[in-house]
Design a protein around this ligand. Structure first.
Ligand code: GAL
Length: 433
């Protein structure tokens, strides 16, 4: 438009053109500039839902998408944009990273819209704990994924005549039968967060909710004194033996693709796998099964995708109002329902109705509500919802080195104990968890 305007100005219609341009500019919808790491087909479908709702709310959509699954790969790019004065208006964020940004004074408070929409009443406390900084809402949670899931290819299950493994022993039996039938029992991607996601399910299953809370949320090294820690690493070593060739799978969604195509029986991953299958028009029951990881039934290891808003974002005109409107869109019940039918998660609002979700989504919603009441809604270690980034990265290093065969079980227990001890001494554990 600016270019066009210059041309016309040269041929005498300048004044008219520029006047109408400014009228046009005033009527242009305000832009929300949104950054995210959602790149896989299921994730892109999720962004599409968000965009549609923003546009219906009178906002123009601009997105910046960089792969990274909430890890440093995405975080580094975001940090670079902010340092260069090119902060987006809103960015996807998970877990304790929110607190880091808030502590640096970069985030806008969302208290007004939170009050209007009663966020305090509908978001589980475990999630609020991460969305707030010093009592102020600094992020809008759009979903509550959980990580302690097993995803299975239904056709291969039928071949094995297998049903849901209830206990760890049932799972080992199933993996064994898959291998005997010539199948790859377990698909897993190459990144440390993926190994840690497997670890947290194994740890919660082997130790129970109390153990998980004490060791990984309260960072109490004393929790490792019994036999559980060694048992967790023994189980991880066993699972490694059933896994697809390590490092041959490029990413979590490539591993999901192996399960989808029947090249592997199972994957332990977050509920974004449900979104991935849905994006490929697969149906639970007919094409795949979703089961809670054995012995973790009743627990909900959560990872909530949230959006934080930068105070000094690129656009300045009327920013407070635009920010308020977009945060309102993100927390709207219908938007959270439609978004999470696409993401595969439960909405972050416990009052969203269940009936439009597929079977796995409905189970996630019921599990979330129940775990919220029973204090078994606990942050995912792998996704940074349990600990600040320094502790998370130290845990990644131990778990991944062990999973890749570079540490013995005993060494891994010792290293884990050292991580918890030093985090405990630094006082980073959160007494409110
Ligand atoms: C997580 C995110 C999920 C999903 C996953 C895999 O960090 O919370 O929504 O996108 O990464 O990319």
């Amino acid at each position: 438009m600016v270019g066009l305007c210059r041309v016309f100005a040269g041929v005498l219609f300048g004044a008219l053109c520029c006047a109408s341009a400014s009228v046009w500019a005033e009527h242009r919808p305000p832009v929300v500039d949104v950054a995210s790491w959602w790149v896989s087909p299921g994730e892109q479908a999720s962004l599409g839902v968000m965009r549609r709702h923003a546009q219906a709310g009178g906002l123009a959509w601009h997105q910046r998408v960089v792969a990274g699954s909430g890890t440093r790969r995405y975080g580094d790019v975001l940090t670079h944009w902010v340092a260069q004065g090119r902060a987006p208006m809103a960015s996807q964020v998970i877990g304790y990273d929110i607190r880091d940004w808030a502590r640096r004074g970069k985030l806008a408070y969302l208290d007004d819209v939170a009050r209007e929409q009663e966020w305090d009443e509908v978001v589980p406390l475990g999630i609020q704990h991460l969305s707030k900084y010093q009592g102020h809402w600094v992020a809008a949670p759009v979903n509550a994924h959980s990580t302690n899931w097993l995803w299975a290819n239904a056709a291969l299950l039928r071949r094995l005549r297998a049903s849901a493994p209830d206990t760890w022993h049932d799972l080992v039996h199933l993996l064994e039968r898959a291998r005997a039938a010539g199948m790859t029992p377990l698909a897993i991607g190459p990144e440390a967060w993926e190994h840690t996601l497997l670890f947290e399910a194994v740890a919660a299953g082997a130790g129970g909710a109390e153990f998980y809370r004490r060791a990984f949320l309260q960072l109490d090294a004393g929790a490792l004194d019994g036999p559980v820690a060694a048992e967790i690493f023994r189980r991880m070593r066993l699972l490694r033996g059933y896994a697809s060739r390590l490092n041959s799978t490029r990413s979590w969604d490539a591993a999901t693709g192996q399960v989808r195509r029947g090249q592997a029986l199972l994957q332990v991953q977050g509920s974004w796998v449900n979104g991935e299958f849905a994006a490929h028009r697969l149906l639970p029951g007919r094409d795949y099964a979703c089961w809670r990881f054995p012995d973790t039934q009743g627990m909900y290891l959560f990872n909530a995708d949230q959006f934080m808003f930068f105070k000094d974002a690129l656009q300045h005109r009327g920013q407070d109002e635009v920010r308020r409107r977009f945060a309102g869109v993100l927390m709207d019940v219908t938007m959270q329902t439609e978004l999470n039918i696409a993401t595969g998660a439960a909405p972050a609002r416990v009052d969203a109705p269940r009936h439009r979700f597929n079977r796995c989504g409905q189970q996630a919603i019921s599990d979330l509500r129940r775990a919220n009441l029973q204090r078994t809604l606990m942050g995912s270690i792998a996704m940074g919802n349990a600990n600040p980034p320094a502790v998370k990265n130290a845990l990644y290093a131990v778990v991944s080195a062990h999973f890749l065969g570079r540490l013995s079980d005993d060494e891994a227990v010792q290293r884990l104990r050292a991580v918890l001890r030093s985090a405990g001494h630094d006082g980073v554990a959160d007494s409110t968890q």
